[in-house]
Ligand binder design. Structure first.
Ligand code: TYC
Length: 139
């Protein structure tokens, strides 16, 4: 019965419990060259499983700065240095991009980090009486 794999009832139960990270492969032991794939006389099932490690990529969010007519350029540069760890040159480049194009990316983070950055920027800007707006969007 080449190509046929017999599976016992108890094994079916185990298989149902497997999640979609588990892949079933026909058993073929090294050196097992009897041409009888997947079963032996002791009634063992002819399957081995290979489970991939549970690593899922997190959703990422862009933190955006919006242009306005009132926030001083130097203050926006300070924000980029202070909360987004940018060097002065990079911070200046991003600020000018936002000034000219209306919106720009400060960084890309997981949800909670992005949310924290938005809150920090909004609070700090408010404390300094600037109308600077910061928001986030899913990448
Ligand atoms: N447009 C502002 C000005 O001319 C500068 C500015 C840049 C403001 C970026 C906000 O996100 C901003 N003073």
């Amino acid at each position: 019965m080449l190509g046929t794999v017999l599976i016992k009832d108890c094994e079916r139960k185990k298989m149902r419990a497997m999640d979609d990270r588990t892949e079933m492969l026909p058993l073929k032991a090294a050196g097992d060259d009897d041409g009888f794939d997947g079963n032996d006389e002791e009634g063992k099932t002819g399957l081995v499983t290979k489970t991939r490690p549970k690593t899922r990529k997190p959703n990422l969010y862009k933190v955006l700065l919006l242009n306005d007519d009132y926030t001083p350029m130097e203050f926006v540069i300070l924000i980029l240095e202070k909360f987004f760890n940018k060097r002065h040159e990079e911070a200046s480049r991003i600020m000018l991009h936002v000034h000219q194009r209306g919106v720009g990316v400060c960084g890309v983070y997981t949800f909670e980090v992005a949310e924290t950055k938005v809150t920090q920027v909004m609070d700090f800007s408010r404390q300094h009486d600037h109308p600077l707006q910061c928001t986030m969007e899913k990448e």
